[in-house]
Unconditional design. Structure first.
Lengths: 272, 211
């Protein structure tokens, strides 16, 4: 009796483990192989794009050939479909996205030559670099910062954070590539926590509100402070001790892109 | 010492004196010396005799010259000895049943521990982000972005207080997100207070959030 029970337990355990392994293998194989097909059959938004199915399939096949994660392309596809753009526009954007992610892939490969900080390479890293490229950061600046991050611990995080800080700064300041690169490298060498890099745009905004010129802020305050080993506190101190030339009637921070006129938010998205 | 071992001992002495002539008897002595635990030590004494008579009697080859066969035999003998360890009775049945169950329990415990640790790690790396928008004329506002697969109905709030809309979303730290507000399911609006807005390629803007 006990022997029969033992045999049954053994068979059950073996069966469950075998089935689980097979399911995992099948799921891994099938997860992205027909993701586009699945989208066409399950998403109600997809009905409007049936006419563009062959072009989209072609783009996804090319992405596979270029080792671009199709999950990232799928994200843009979902965005376009949710926003209800015409099929030809969607195809055009998807083509552009494939090229952009290929550039991101190339940047990673170049940075890998300087030191492999992207092992293992995550899809999120490519996605982040893709967003930085879309924001207007040049391939050269990103590649240089990524290469600068190679070879020391936490280099990837600090390089990506530096790119993000430059992206934020360029949203409010007309920053040249040379200055962008210099500030990015100084940030990475400053010893600041990467999460603190984001405050640089706020420091710039504070300087503008105090009447400082763009050149003074970028070179005298930001670059000089970072070069001499200082941080955000010293930058703020420098700005606050600088006599205000002329009181500004209203703080106006130039944006790289216009703010949507439909929104009247007076609160800011905040972290808790 | 049993009768056979005594006969083998006698035969070895007979062989040493050169009086033995029956080849079958020699093989019996050799085989028994290899197989019997008690007589195993005698096999070393047989080797000079085997070498001495190898030229005269066909098939008489010392086993030290065929190590692979000897090695196999030794291993098999040792394996044979381990078979002596056996459980029996109800205790044996309990042990046989308990071992796989204990293995399964250990496996489940390991998996559960891994899941709990992964959850704790992910809880530490998640930030609560409050998206706010003031849209007095709106009846429904959603936050739609790559963090929810651009599904318009995933994060929706109905009836904001005094036209102020607030939607809380837990997001993983250390990542960059793009998103927009969707008002009344029709109007896409970039978050005016996001630090960066980028061209979404579809004729509008996408807000960028870095955590």
């Amino acid at each position: 009796m006990a022997r029969t029970t033992l045999r049954r337990v053994k068979i059950s355990v073996s069966f469950v483990m075998t089935v689980s392994i097979l399911l995992l293998l099948t799921a891994a194989q099938a997860s992205w192989s027909d993701v586009l097909e699945t989208w066409f059959t399950t998403d109600p938004h997809a009905a409007a794009y049936v006419g563009a199915k062959s072009e989209l399939t072609q783009i996804f096949s090319e992405a596979h050939a270029r080792h671009v994660p199709r999950r990232l392309l799928m994200g843009r596809l979902l965005e376009g479909a949710a926003k209800g753009v015409p099929p030809d526009r969607l195809v055009s954007v998807m083509n552009g996205e494939l090229k952009l992610l290929s550039r991101a892939r190339l940047i990673v490969e170049k940075a890998r030559c300087a030191g492999n900080i992207f092992a293992p390479l995550k899809d999120e890293t490519l996605k982040d670099i893709g967003i930085y490229l879309r924001s207007g950061l040049s391939d050269g600046v990103i590649t240089e910062l990524m290469s600068a991050g190679s070879g020391h611990p936490g280099g990837k995080e600090s390089a990506l954070a530096a790119c993000g800080a430059i992206m934020d700064l360029r949203a409010v300041a007309p920053l040249e590539d040379a200055d962008s690169l210099q500030i990015g490298k100084l940030l990475m060498a400053s010893g600041m926590q990467p999460s603190g890099y984001a405050s640089l745009a706020l420091v710039y905004g504070l300087g503008i509100s105090r009447g400082l010129s763009h050149d003074a802020l970028v070179h005298d305050v930001i670059i000089n402070t970072l070069s001499s080993g200082g941080g955000l506190a010293i930058m703020t101190q420098k700005i606050e001790t600088t006599p205000i030339a002329e009181p500004l009637p209203q703080l106006v921070i130039p944006r790289a892109h216009p703010v949507s006129a439909t929104s009247t938010t007076d609160k800011k998205s905040s972290l808790h | 010492m049993n009768d056979i071992c005594q006969r083998v001992d006698a035969a070895i002495k007979e062989w040493e004196s050169g009086a033995i002539s029956d080849t079958q008897k020699l093989f019996f002595v050799i085989n028994h010396s290899r197989a019997c635990q008690r007589c195993e030590s005698n096999y070393g004494a047989l080797l000079p005799l085997i070498r001495r008579d190898a030229g005269e009697r066909s098939g008489l080859v010392p086993y030290e010259e065929s190590p692979s066969r000897d090695f196999t035999n030794r291993v098999m003998r040792r394996l044979g000895r381990t078979k002596a360890i056996r459980f029996s009775g109800s205790f044996a049945r309990t042990v046989r049943l308990a071992l796989p169950l204990a293995g399964c329990a250990a496996l489940l415990l390991g998996v559960a521990s891994f899941i709990i640790q992964a959850n704790l790690r992910s809880a530490e790396s998640v930030a609560k982000v409050i998206f706010t928008l003031e849209a007095p004329s709106a009846s429904r506002v959603s936050v739609v972005g790559d963090f929810n697969g651009w599904r318009p109905d995933a994060l929706t709030q109905k009836g904001g207080t005094n036209g102020a809309w607030e939607i809380t979303v837990p997001l993983k730290k250390g990542a960059v997100y793009t998103y927009d507000f969707l008002i009344d399911g029709q109007q896409w609006v970039a978050d005016p207070h996001s630090e960066t807005q980028i061209d979404d390629g579809f004729g509008g803007l996408a807000s960028v959030l870095r955590l």
